[in-house]
Structure formats: structure tokens, C-alpha cells
Design a protein around this ligand. Sequence first.
Ligand SMILES: [Zn+2]
Ligand SMILES: [Zn+2]
Ligand SMILES: [Zn+2]
Ligand SMILES: [Zn+2]
Length: 98
Amino acid sequence: MKFIKSLLAIGCAVAVMASYSAMAASCCVKAKAKGKDCDHKCCVDARKAKKTCDSCQKEATCCDKAIAKGEDCAHKCCIDAAKEKKVCEKCNPDKKKE
Ligand SMILES: [Zn+2]
Ligand SMILES: [Zn+2]
Ligand SMILES: [Zn+2]
Ligand SMILES: [Zn+2]
């Protein structure tokens, strides 16, 4: 029984981590930081329609909105982050629960 309990504990920990990463910068912003376009089908379709992806960019940041328009975000902080191939953490915060 101990074995099953520890399996359950691991399962819970993974679920919590997964929900945290869902709150972070969107897949599209991360892909953009690497100089790529996000290749999720839902995001590709959203970009074609010049929209943000409803499933991955629910809390669209300035950078998500710029990607939707096919542009680079014009914020200085975001441009600087992009130069270093990073995601602007000021505008795309990892919203961890305090
Ligand atoms: Zn995406
Ligand atoms: Zn998507
Ligand atoms: Zn931005
Ligand atoms: Zn920024």
C-alpha cells in the first residue's frame, strides 16, 4: 500500500507542476523568443486568423497580441529580451502562487 501512496503523491506533484507551467509565458511567446513560430495546430490556426489562441494564449500579453498581428512587440523591455533570445519576464511573468 505504501507503494501506491507514493505513486499518488508523485502524480499530484506532476499535476501541480503542469498547472504552474500553464500559467507561464505562452508556448507562442516562448517559440518567438527562439526565433520560431509556435507549431501547435491551434496556434497556427489562430495566427492565420490574426487572433490569439484561445487555448494557449488565454491571458494574452502584449507579446501574444503582437504575435497574433504578425509583428514584434514594440515594448523596449520586450525588444531587449528578444535580442537575448529570452521571453520578457516583466510582461510575461511566471505567475507562481505566493
Ligand atoms: Zn502556441
Ligand atoms: Zn494554441
Ligand atoms: Zn511585449
Ligand atoms: Zn516587456
